[in-house]
Design a protein around this ligand. Sequence first.
Ligand code: BGC
Length: 261
Amino acid sequence: MYQDLQGKVAVITGSSRGIGRSIAERLAKEGMQVVVNYHSNSEEAQEVINYIQDQGGQAIAQQGDVSLEDDVQSLLRTALHEFGRLDLWVNNAGVENYQPTERMSLNEWQKVIDINLNGLFLGSMAAIRHFLKNNQYGNVINISSVHERIPWPGFTNYAVSKSGAKMFTKTIALEYSKRKIRVNAIAPGAIDTPINAEKLADATSQQETIDLIPMARIGKTQEVAAAAAWLASQESSYVTGETIFVDGGMTLYPSFAEGKG
Ligand code: BGC
């Protein structure tokens, strides 16, 4: 447990399911009050709220599209109105969609960039402007991907958005390093989430994914949430501009495992 998180407030985008949900649940368990942002499924979001409240935590759901500035502002307002402060903003909402690049329309390109990258900018800046105005400690965590490093054919827009997330994280970490604000990223590998449900339901494609992972298993959302809790806490007080890979070794060039090369 990270005692310093007690009574602090976090906004977690895209937290009605998957990795975002586990982060919201974990931070609430650490004593944070959390704003659970969702895009379209209010029932799922309500389930998360009920779960957190049943465990004795505090949480509120707020609809919003992270690529729209007004919606992002209303997330900040909800945190301040309901819980009276903001300490942490987690940019988790993201989308991916397979499409070979020569067939990708500008709209398909744009949608992923809007949510995964513009959303990161809008969320981080809403939080950082608030931290600066209050001259307070502030923390931003961006959920990136192993594809901030690994090229991913068929997902060009996604890989570009995630490598952008990496440099965005580093640049604003540097920009606000003297202002008591830390900015870090987490790069998950293949995790058991709704985004991967179809791929993991099929035995062959599940095995193909596992073959890319030195630890030979799919990751759990809770394993990503554990890294988020550490980055949120003062235990990581000297860490900024960093990406933590939570990927079972996926970025370690698994094809070199047997000493080949
Ligand atoms: C994607 C997953 C994929 C994983 C490893 C993640 O960023 O969301 O769909 O399985 O990277 O390739």
